[in-house]
Design a protein around this ligand. Sequence first.
Ligand SMILES: N[C@@H](CCC(=O)N[C@@H](CS)C(=O)NCC(=O)O)C(=O)O
Length: 207
Amino acid sequence: MTAPAFTIWGRLNSHNVKKVAWFAEELGLAYVRHDVGRQFGFSEDYLAKNPNRLIPTIEDGKVVLWESNAILRYMAAEYGGERWFARDPIDRALADRWMDWQFTYAAAQGVPFLSHARIPRQDWDHDAIARGIDECARHLAVMDKYLGEKPWLSGGQFGIGDIPMGVYAYTWFSLAFEKPEFPAVADWYARIRQRPGFASQVMIPLT
Ligand SMILES: N[C@@H](CCC(=O)N[C@@H](CS)C(=O)NCC(=O)O)C(=O)O
């Protein structure tokens, strides 16, 4: 009997699903992805796996897991070896923190993203958009300083610490609003864009 494929549930236009699909590509995993969430809804079967009514969820053999960053850590530990899951606790934590930092950043980018992608222009709250952009910029200045000193958020090489913010950076750079420039972030993002898994799983229309 063949082992069940690594399964990802979630629509690909979700930031949190993109992270997991992109990393599956980086690892060269054989996986299947099923559309769930928003216009696709949630089946009772799905809600039994993830009662949060959120995506993504993965199933891999005997593990069912939700929370995108926990999923990335699981994938790195299970399939990535030392290359993707540093043995040294300090190296790992220094990269790891950028994954959780992303959730703080994401709160700031919410209104600009939703306005750009889903809210009709006549309903835009321009003050809220401007506040969101300012808040993103405040966070990106921190990231820009770090990337001025290290090539990657994960340290010396691309790693899972880069994945969550890579996904959010695609949205930031796609937003058609006037925004400040961050040279080190722009340089890092140009390198991220060269990665085939990023191009196929993340660089899709923002909807
Ligand atoms: N902290 C959770 C957040 C999950 C989350 O908010 N997912 C959004 C999509 S990015 C969602 O499920 N939205 C409802 C829907 O798509 O119907 C994670 O990282 O997995």
